[in-house]
Design a protein around this ligand. Structure first.
Ligand SMILES: Cc1cc2nc3c(=O)[nH]c(=O)nc-3n(C[C@H](O)[C@H](O)[C@H](O)COP(=O)(O)OP(=O)(O)OC[C@H]3O[C@@H](n4cnc5c(N)ncnc54)[C@H](O)[C@@H]3O)c2cc1C
Length: 401
C-alpha cells in the first residue's frame, strides 16, 4: 500500500474516507475485488479502549476478506449470553440465558479488542495492490454529475466515481452529501476498559441491566474480559477517575464477584451516548458506512456489526457495477431494512431501562419473561441476532464478492 503518494488531480475508482474498522473493511472488500481504491485515513486521535463482540456472520465476512486469521489468537468465542435484571426495582425481569448450542452453533460470535481488529485490518490492507492509503485529513468532498472529488489538507485532491464516507459520527462526507441525521443524546456515558480476573468466564457474557444502563462483561482470551459500563455522565467521570485498585474493587462489587478478583488493565475510554441515523444512506455519489451512517448505544453489540454489513453491501454493489445513482438507491434500500428496525429496538430497550414509569418497566419485564419461557421465540431471536434475515450480504454468507 503506497503511503502519501497522492498528487494533484489523481484518480481512483472509489475513495474511502476514514480508516476506522468500517472504512478499512470497505476498502479491503473493494480492493480485494480488484477495484482501484484510495483510502484517506488520518491517524486516530487516541487509542481505542473498546472491544467488539463480532457476530458469527461478521467473523465469516472477515475470514472471506483474509483478515480473520490475524484476529483469531486475540479473540474469545461467545457461547452464552445472560441478561440479568439488576435494577432493584419493583418490577424485575427474570434472568434470560441465550445458549448458542440451542441453535446448533459453536459460538454466537467472537469478542476482540478494537486495537487488534484494526491492526489485522491494516495488515491485510497493506497486502492489496489495488489499495492506496493516504494518511491525511480530508478537508472537503464535492460531487458532480460525472465524478466526485476529495480535497486534502495538504492542498492535493483525488477524484473517483464514488466516495464512501466512513469518517465516523461527525462525518464530513455526510455533510457534503447534504444528508441530515435523526438523533438524540442520552443522559448516559459508557466507560470501556479491559481487565483480568481470577475466576474463569467460561465464554459467558453477562449483561446486568441497571437503572442507569447496562453493565456488560464480555469474555476475552484467558482470564480476561472487557467491560462496558453505562452510567450517568457525572458518575461515569467520577468512576473513571478512580485509581486502578479502587476501580477494580468497584467493578468486582458491581459484578457481584462472578469473575472473582479483578485487576483493570491499560487505559479507560469514556463515550457519551447518542443515537443517530442518517435520513438516507447514500446520495450525490456518496455512500455512508459505519458511524457516519448510524450511531447507537452499546447494547446488544450492534454498532460495528451493522458497520461491517454496510461495508460488505457497498462492496458487493460496486463489484456488480452499474450506474452510481441506481447503486446508491439500492444501497439505501438494503441498509434501511437492516438499520432502522435495530435502531428502534435498541432505543426502546435503552429508554425502558432509564424509565421510572411502571408500565414501561412492566413491558420490558414481560418481554424478557416471554424470551425466558418460550423456547421457539428465544431461538428465533438468537438466529436473527447471528444472521439477520433483512440483510446478509454475500461476504456474510461466506461467498466472495
Ligand atoms: C463502549 C462501546 C462499546 C461498543 N461495543 C461494540 C460491540 O461489542 N459490537 C459492535 O458491533 N459495536 C460496538 N460498538 C460500536 C463500535 O465501536 C463502532 O460502531 C465502531 O467503532 C465505529 O467504527 P467506524 O469505523 O464507523 O468509525 P470510527 O472508528 O469513528 O472511524 C472513523 C475514522 O474516520 C477518521 N476520520 C474522520 N474524519 C476524517 C477526515 N476528515 N479525513 C480522514 N479521516 C477522517 C477518524 O480519524 C477515524 O479513524 C461499541 C461502541 C461503544 C461506544
Amino acid at each position: 500500500m503506497a503511503k502519501n503518494s497522492v498528487i494533484k488531480g489523481q484518480t481512483a475508482q472509489v475513495i474511502v474516507v476514514g480508516g476506522g474498522p468500517a472504512g478499512l473493511t470497505a476498502a479491503i472488500a473493494l480492493a480485494g475485488a480488484g477495484i482501484e481504491t484510495a483510502l484517506i485515513a488520518k491517524p486516530p486521535a487516541r487509542p481505542d479502549t473498546r472491544t467488539t463482540a463480532l457476530l458469527a456472520s461478521s467473523v465469516t465476512a472477515l475470514d472471506m476478506l483474509g483478515v480473520w486469521a490475524r484476529c483469531r489468537e486475540h479473540a474469545a468465542p461467545l457461547r452464552v449470553m445472560r441478561i440479568v435484571d439488576d435494577t432493584g426495582r419493583l418490577v424485575r425481569a427474570p434472568e434470560v440465558k441465550f445458549d448458542c448450542s440451542e441453535i446448533g452453533l459453536d459460538a454466537f460470535g467472537q469478542n476482540i479488542e478494537n486495537r487488534h481488529l484494526v491492526a489485522a485490518l491494516e495488515a491485510r490492507a497493506s497486502e492489496l495492490p489495488s489499495l492506496r492509503r493516504i494518511e491525511e485529513e480530508a478537508e472537503a468532498a464535492t460531487t458532480g454529475d460525472d465524478a466526485a472529488r476529495v480535497s486534502l489538507k495538504s492542498g492535493n485532491s483525488i477524484s473517483a466515481t464514488l466516495i464512501i464516507g466512513a469518517d465516523g459520527r461527525r462525518s464530513l462526507c455526510r455533510q457534503s452529501a447534504g444528508i441530515e441525521m435523526d438523533e438524540r443524546d442520552y443522559p448516559q456515558s459508557a466507560l470501556a476498559l479491559s481487565f483480568s480476573h481470577t475466576r474463569a468466564h467460561n465464554n459467558i457474557s453477562t449483561e446486568f441491566h441497571t437503572a442507569s444502563g447496562p453493565f456488560t462483561l464480555v469474555p476475552l482470551p484467558g482470564n480476561r474480559s472487557s467491560l462496558v459500563w453505562v452510567l450517568d455522565p457525572a458518575t461515569a467521570e467520577k468512576i473513571s477517575a478512580l485509581d486502578d485498585m479502587a476501580l477494580s474493587m468497584e467493578i468486582e462489587r458491581r459484578s457481584h464477584s462472578i469473575l472473582g478478583k479483578i485487576a483493570v488493565e491499560g487505559s479507560r475510554g469514556l463515550f457519551p451516548l447518542h443515537i443517530a441515523t442518517a435520513q438516507t444512506f447514500g446520495q450525490n455519489r456518496i455512500a455512508l458506512v459505519g458511524e457516519a451512517a448510524h450511531v447507537m448505544p452499546p447494547i446488544g453489540a450492534q454498532g460495528l456489526n451493522l458497520g461491517l454489513r454496510d461495508a460488505a453491501t457497498i462492496g458487493e454493489l460496486v463489484a456488480e457495477g452499474g450506474g452510481v445513482p441506481e447503486m446508491l438507491a439500492r444501497y439505501d434500500d438494503l441498509r434501511r431494512k437492516d438499520i432502522k428496525p435495530r435502531t428502534l429496538a435498541i432505543d426502546l430497550l435503552n429508554r425502558s431501562l432509564l424509565s421510572d414509569f411502571l408500565p414501561v418497566q412492566g413491558a420490558r419485564g414481560l418481554g424478557l419473561y416471554l424470551l425466558d419461557r418460550i423456547g421457539p421465540l428465544r431461538r428465533a431471536v438468537m438466529r436473527e441476532g447471528v444472521a439477520p434475515t433483512a440483510s446478509q450480504p454475500r461476504l456474510m454468507r461466506g461467498e466472495a464478492l
